[in-house]
Structure formats: structure tokens, C-alpha cells
Design a protein around this ligand. Structure first.
Ligand code: ATP
Ligand code: HMH
Ligand code: MG
Length: 527
């Protein structure tokens, strides 16, 4: 049901945009001829992601399929050269490709096929990444390819991008350890025929800076950048070469294309410093950091899981001050006691203070994987990238909040009636807070709707409901046993926060809820 609500919301916008252009726009296009990396950090997968992130369309012809992860390469199956050739023909017969990029080419026959295709289709630019060994040290293409690579492919290349080890192999084992060695070997490789040689310095030892050396036959450029501390370096070489191809496809000259590509790799590495995918020494990077920053992901990445509503803790700054603790400290205690979602409710704080409290509480929520919502203030939620908001009937309308926050954030709203619940659903809310079920000291003027009112709303509600208002360990069983199908949890304020020990108060409430579940049919609803 929630899925439907989501797609419905955005349908009209995309349909209009998709068919509005009269004259077709040329999309810059790269063809990558490379190996598949099942772990998706390097190879074809990295190439497609890098091009997409740079706004370029990327076709692919797969040369080898590797069974690979962040630990190493477990297997390689190389395709027949004729089938690689067929893939290239299929692409080039149909699609206008601006730049070809090559990666893992595991047999001399494949190199021969690639060369013959490039000549036949007169491709604008060719980026050759002479992949030989994986980041994990596994041989991807052996010495048998060297002769063809040097004599047939390099003369066609606009730019070739060996790392230090590959440069050394291309130059018959000449040692490449320093920047000076990189310059010399670049000149030696340049004599094999490519227009530019970029010797990558990712493996440069004893150096704070990373230096890549670019040589065009007359001038050397030392492209320096600081070394980013991260384990997410699997596929940096593929990503760099694919990004160079993408920038060339957009029309840049070689030097600016290399500079733009290096800047992109550095940014992607920076945004990947805190992520962990896979257990090996070198993991993949986040190519799409501009779309989703994995280091700062909201606890809700896609659809709201209504089970999170089970024990919903709403903070109260006044109460926590009275008990001499900060809101974030109270939040951590509630989470440790078993709260499954947090709402930060700051009725007195100035905006700046509210943001600071929210940021600190969010850091705690993320540590435990518990969503943190902001009460009333959409601006504060945006400012601190909170997981969502809870809105009252007199706050910003749900539809407007949704248009500001986008589909990725949780929006809850307070409702007393079925009409309000249906409207909340139509406007794009994720859940409903329904109450006050019992009289409460927190909201003195609030109308109490009782268990009957709760049941009435829940029976007709298209959205999951959390009950609120005067609920405590003493009466929670009664609320849960009222058993309306859409009731997913209870929200509490003073039961947790107007207590000396928040953790214990949360554990007590949770114990009563668990007891209610095991004793009755409520388990069906709350599971
Ligand atoms: N830790 C880092 N910080 C910043 N830039 C880096 C880092 N590691 C690599 N780079 C850059 O990434 C690019 C790829 O360099 P590298 O020498 O690692 O290629 P490679 O060995 O071919 O990579 P791959 O593991 O994908 O085969 C270069 O521009 C290099 O300067
Ligand atoms: C398929 C493939 N291509 C290239 C590399 C270079 O890192 C790799 N590890 N795997
Ligand atoms: Mg490489």
C-alpha cells in the first residue's frame, strides 16, 4: 500500500519530463571493453558507475568474467575473442560512441579483435588502461598479451594509464619506484606510440602526496594530490581511466580531462573514507557520493518499516532539564532501554540550539540504527539531515513537507479522525500518531479520544498508527490488546523522560509490552 502511495506521488512529474524534447540531444557515450568484477569495485562495473556519475552513457563489451570480491580474485573465465568482437560490433553498429576505454584484455586474440574494431569504426579517442594485476595482487592478464599490447593497441591509444608496476612491465622490467623513474618510464612507453602516457602513482612509497605523471612526448606534468586515508581504493585505476574517457567524450582535451578525472576520484575516495563494504583489505568506493553520501545515510534508505514504531520515544526538553540531563544523553538511554524510534521535541529551544541537539541525537540514533525524527520543524530536519519529521495538524502541511524532504524521509502526522488519516495518506505521510488515548499532563488542552477513538481510526487508517497520550507500563497492555490491525506501537513522553532513570523506565515499558504480546493476540499485529 505504501509503495503505491510513493509511485503515485511522482508519476505526473516524470511522464511530462520524458517526452518534452523535440530535437534529440546527443548524449556523450563511452564504450568500455573490460572484465567484469563480481564485487563491483573495479572492471566494467566501476567503468559504468564512473561514467554515469560524470553524466556520460556507457556501453560495455565484456572480455573476461572474474569471480572477485574485496578479498581477492577467486576465478577468471575469459570469453572467446570472436564473442568480444561481436559485442563491440553490436554496440558500434547501432550507437554513436565518442570514446572507447579498454581495461582487462586477457588474451592476445582479444587485443587483436579490439584493434581491428577500433580501426574499422574510426573511434575518436581511445583510453587504454593496461590492466595486469588486481589490487589484491592477482594476475588478470599475463605476459602473453604484452607483445600485442605494445605493438598493436598502444599505437592507437590517445592515452595509456599504467600504474607503476604496469609501467615497469611495459618497459621490460625497468624499476619504477620514484617520480623520476615515472618520468623516464613515461617517455619509454610514449615511444610505443600512444599520444599521452599517464603513469599513476597510487603505489608511490614514502610520499605524503600522490603524484601521477602525464607525458605528451614533449612535456611532463606532475599531477599532485594528497593521499586520502581510506581502505576504499579497489578500482581507483579503472575509475580514473573511465572518468578520463567520460571527460573526453564530453569534449575536454586530454590534460583537463585527466585533471577533472583525478579530482572526481579524490572526491569519491574522500566520501568513501568511513564506509565498509566487504571484509577484504581494499573495498569499493562510492561513485555516486553526489546522490547518496554513504557516510551520512539516513536510517531510512527506502521505504519506512512500520515495525520501527513499536516503542516510540518523544523527548521533552523541560523534563530532561528537570532531571539534569541533556536531550542526547536521554535519547541514548532510551535507545539502550529498547526505544525503536526517537522524536526530538524541543518546544523552548532557539533554532541554533535545536539544530545542535538534533545533530547530537542523530549521531546517537545512527550509532544504534534507530531513526530520529524532528517534531514540527521541517527546516531543522533539513538542516541536520534528520530521518524525518512529525507534524501536527497546525504545522506545515504533509504534502508541502514531502515536497521539501523528498521520498527518502519519514513523515508522520497527528490525527484524531478517519478523515485526517485518509488525507495524511493521500498527502504522502508514512505513519499516523493517534491520540490522546488517555488524558496527559504533556498536552493539557488536547482532546482525549479514548481507546474507542483509537480503534475507530485504526480500523479505517490506510497508514500504520502509533498510539499516544497518557500511555504507561500500567495501561500499555490494554492499548495493545485493543488490537486494531494498523496499530504498530505506542509513543510515550513522560513515561520515559519524567523519570530519574530513562533506561530503566524504557526497559519497564518494553517488558510490559512484551508480556502483552506473549499473553494475547496482540502479537499478530505487532510482530
Ligand atoms: N589513497 C589515495 N588518495 C588519493 N588518490 C589516490 C589514492 N589511491 C589512488 N589514488 C589515485 O587514483 C588513481 C589510480 O591510481 P592507482 O595507482 O591506485 O591505480 P591502479 O593500481 O591501476 O588501481 P586499481 O587497483 O584499480 O588497479 C591515481 O590517480 C592515483 O593518484
Ligand atoms: C575485472 C577487473 N578489471 C580491472 C581490475 C583492476 O583493479 C580488477 N581488479 N578487475
Ligand atoms: Mg589498475
Amino acid at each position: 500500500m505504501l509503495n503505491l502511495a510513493c509511485s503515485f506521488r511522482f508519476k505526473s512529474v516524470t511522464a511530462a519530463a520524458a517526452f518534452s524534447t523535440d530535437s534529440p540531444v546527443h548524449v556523450p557515450c563511452v564504450l568500455t571493453i573490460a572484465g567484469s568484477d563480481s564485487g563491483a569495485g573495479a572492471g566494467i562495473q566501476a567503468d559504468i558507475k564512473a561514467c554515469a556519475a560524470r553524466g556520460v552513457y556507457c556501453c560495455s563489451a565484456i572480455t573476461s568474467v572474474t569471480a572477485q570480491n574485496t578479498i581477492g580474485v577467486q576465478g577468471i573465465s575469459t570469453l572467446p575473442a570472436a564473442f568480444v568482437e561481436q559485442q563491440i560490433n553490436s554496440v558500434l553498429d547501432d550507437i554513436h560512441v565518442d570514446v572507447v576505454k579498454t581495461g582487462m584484455l586477457a588474451s592476445p586474440e582479444i587485443i587483436q579483435s579490439v584493434c581491428s574494431r577500433i580501426k574499422q569504426y574510426s573511434i575518436g579517442s581511445l583510453v587504454v588502461d593496461p590492466v595486469m594485476v588486481s589490487t589484491s595482487g592477482h594476475e588478470l592478464s599475463g605476459p602473453s598479451i604484452l607483445d600485442r599490447l605494445r605493438k598493436a593497441l598502444l599505437p592507437l591509444a590517445t592515452i595509456v594509464t599504467p600504474n607503476m608496476l604496469e609501467a615497469s612491465v611495459l618497459a621490460d622490467g625497468k624499476p619504477v619506484n620514484t617520480v623520476l623513474d615515472m618520468r623516464e618510464v613515461a617517455a619509454e612507453i610514449h615511444r610505443m606510440g600512444p599520444r599521452y602516457v599517464l603513469v599513476k602513482g597510487g603505489h608511490l612509497k614514502n610520499s605524503h602526496d600522490l603524484v601521477d605523471v602525464l607525458y605528451d612526448g614533449s612535456e611532463w606534468h606532475e599531477l599532485r594530490g594528497s593521499r586520502i586515508k581510506t581502505r576504499s581504493t579497489h578500482g581507483t585505476g579503472c575509475t580514473l581511466a573511465a572518468s578520463i574517457a567520460a571527460e573526453l567524450a564530453k569534449g575536454l582535451d586530454v590534460l583537463p580531462a585527466v585533471m577533472a578525472a583525478k579530482e572526481y576520484v579524490a572526491k569519491a575516495l574522500e566520501h568513501s573514507s568511513s564506509i565498509k563494504i566487504g571484509g577484504g583489505a581494499q573495498g569499493p568506493m562510492n561513485h555516486f557520493f553526489q546522490l547518496a553520501d554513504w557516510g551520512k545515510l539516513s536510517s531510512r534508505q527506502c521505504r519506512f518499516d512500520p515495525r520501527k514504531l513499536f516503542l516510540y520515544a518523544v523527548t521533552d526538553s523541560g523534563m530532561n532539564k528537570r532531571w539534569d540531563r541533556s536531550t542526547p544523553a536521554a535519547v541514548e538511554q532510551a535507545i539502550q532501554g529498547g526505544a525503536t524510534i526517537i522524536q526530538i521535541r524541543e518546544k523552548e529551544a532557539e533554532t541554533l540550539e535545536f539544530i545542535k541537539i538534533a545533530e547530537a541525537s542523530l549521531a546517537i540514533g545512527r550509532k544504534y540504527g534507530v531513526p530520529v525524527l524532528i517534531n514540527d520543524r521541517v527546516d531543522v530536519a533539513v538542516a541536520c539531515n534528520a530521518d524525518g519529521v512529525h507534524l501536527g495538524q497546525t504545522d506545515m502541511p504533509v504534502r508541502l513537507a514531502r515536497s521539501i524532504l523528498g521520498p527518502g524521509k519519514i513523515i508522520g502526522t497527528s490525527c484524531k479522525t478517519v478523515e485526517q488519516a485518509v488525507k495524511a495518506y493521500e498527502d504522502g505521510a508514512d505513519y499516523i500518531g493517534c491520540g490522546g488515548v488517555y488524558p496527559t499532563t504533556t498536552k493539557k488542552k488536547n482532546k482525549t479520544i479514548g481507546l474507542d477513538g483509537l480503534r475507530l481510526l485504526c480500523e479505517a487508517s490506510p497508514l500504520p498508527v502509533v498510539a499516544i497520550g497518557g500511555i504507561s507500563a500500567a495501561n500499555v497492555e490494554e492499548v495493545m490488546n485493543s488490537r486494531p490491525a494498523m496499530l504498530h506501537g505506542v509513543a510515550v513522553v513522560s513515561t520515559l523522560f519524567d523519570q530519574s532513570d530513562v533506561g530503566q523506565a524504557t526497559r519497564d515499558l518494553r517488558a510490559s509490552m512484551t508480556a502483552a504480546l506473549s499473553e494475547s493476540t496482540a502479537g499478530k499485529v505487532f510482530s
